[in-house]
Design a protein around this ligand. Sequence first.
Ligand SMILES: [Zn+2]
Length: 193
Amino acid sequence: MPLYCENCMKLVEGPICPTCRNRKLKEVEPGDFCLVAEVHYMQAEMLKELFRDNDIPCTDRSVLGAGITVNLGVNVGYTRLYVPYDRLDLAKELYDAYFNAPDIPEEQEAPRTLLIGHVYRHFKGGLYRVEDVARHSETLEEYVVYRKLYDDKSLWIRPKEMFLSPVDREKYPDAMQDYRFEPVEENNAEDPE
Ligand SMILES: [Zn+2]
């Protein structure tokens, strides 16, 4: 039987606990709660549920102490999870499966398509109608040709890639939309004048 430190609630090689220097180690018994892992408190909740589903009794200790809370009473620390020695192998298997589960790949974001003839709102609020896409004769780069729908109704061009790009959040942290230009719902696209 492996040796067990009752102070640290974990299995140790012995003869002295490397964590607390305890020399009074005992042989572990099936019901001794043993450390499975130290995890972020949010993961601890998931793991406790996983253990519960597998009929593994589990106790936990907050590493920073129970008193540490921030706004909203959320415990921000790390949590140590313990299960009885006779369920430790299963708990560790579940723990490994939980943490080594392949990440579900994030859905690739579809490239944004440009809607010709559509009204777009600039992130600063102005409305523009996309007239067409033109190609630069020297660089072959595509440009969006778009008309301002207010003031002088002037015609503008801008590289298509830039037209479809996100707002620079560092420069404009308070922007109300994610993209520099976003298409406006048809029924809101009335020319304000
Ligand atoms: Zn110890």
